[in-house]
Design a protein around this ligand. Structure first.
Ligand SMILES: Nc1ncnc2c1ncn2[C@@H]1O[C@H](COP(=O)(O)OP(=O)(O)OP(=O)(O)O)[C@@H](O)[C@H]1O
Ligand SMILES: [Mg+2]
Length: 271
């Protein structure tokens, strides 16, 4: 490589470092449940390979917003979404969008671990099978192993892959659900209070996992725990009464937030 092109490469890398890459862009997102409006013109962009935490008092709209990102609200009767949300350049509410495929690209992990009442192996292989990601058993075995490895569960379950997923501990079940989400190679993983049913040790494992997953995925996590938000996220968004109050670097949110409501919430003055 000659000097000139080396300099050019360096310059390009510099530019990349300074550029913020948005994986998802939410513009004027509002959500209604029947007559009731739950979100008011939320403008929130989700950065690529970043963990974004959604915080705020109960009922402020965190889960509602999270569900707009993979159209889980479609499954709720009477729920209506307005505004625009893009994943890369795709408008995810476009009529042409295949929702099943969207939910493979934007996976979800719920509050309560919800493995299928099937074996550990089948919990993982189900998604890749319906999406046609494996050509035969050897490939499927490899996907199952890699997903469990990434979810930090392989060592604990490799000798019992054909036993029921529901026989695992709560923390293991939650990591199984994360492995299941990973198995279809998502780009974004949404997590709605993924640790609220877990003990401190299982919580620490899942947090560690979130930290590692960030290298390969974009993660949005709802949490009631300020400590958890501070530990796992790089960006934090604060909601209140259906409005996005503030979105900022997590460090700044927890030391010197711009909005008084964020300050009050973080100090435990309401919520
Ligand atoms: N399926 C639904 N039907 C009607 N209203 C709903 C539904 N889901 C949520 N809401 C309402 O929308 C508002 C936002 O709810 P949401 O569940 O998004 O809040 P949240 O911030 O996730 O709260 P929590 O921290 O308690 O989980 C609330 O007023 C709630 O009552
Ligand atoms: Mg919620």
């Amino acid at each position: 490589m000659n000097m000139l092109s080396e300099a050019a490469v360096e310059k390009a890398l510099d530019k990349k470092m300074n550029e913020v890459a948005y994986k998802m862009i939410g513009k004027d997102v509002s959500v209604y449940y029947g007559e009731k409006r739950a979100l008011f013109d939320v403008n929130l962009n989700v950065r690529e390979n970043t963990v974004t935490a959604l915080i705020g008092p109960s009922g402020c709209g965190k889960s509602t917003f999270l569900r707009t990102l993979n159209r889980m609200n479609d499954t709720i009767e009477n729920c209506r979404v307005t505004g625009k949300i893009t994943l890369d350049t795709d408008d995810i509410y476009d009529k042409e969008i295949d929702v099943v495929e969207l939910r493979a690209r934007v996976g979800m992990v719920f509050q309560k671990p919800n493995p299928f009442p099937k074996s550990i192996y089948e919990n993982i292989s189900y998604g890749p099978r319906i999406h046609g990601l494996a050509r035969g058993k050897a490939e499927m075995d490899a996907i199952v192993e890699a997903s469990l490895q990434r979810a930090g569960l392989w060592g604990e379950v490799k000798d019992r892959l054909h036993e029921g997923g529901t026989g695992l501990s709560g923390g293991q079940q939650q990591r199984l659900c994360i492995a299941r989400a990973i198995a279809v190679s998502p780009e974004v993983i949404l997590m709605d209070e993924p640790c609220s049913a877990l003990d401190p040790i299982a919580t620490a494992k899942v947090e560690e996992l979130i930290h590692e997953l960030r290298a390969n995925y974009t993660i949005v996590i709802v949490t009631h725990s300020m400590q958890q938000a501070a530990r796992v996220s790089q960006r934090t968004a604060m909601f209140h009464l259906g409005q996005l109050v503030e979105e900022n670097d997590t460090d700044k949110m927890f030391t010197n937030p711009d909005d008084q409501r964020t300050q009050d919430y973080i100090m435990g003055r309401f919520g």
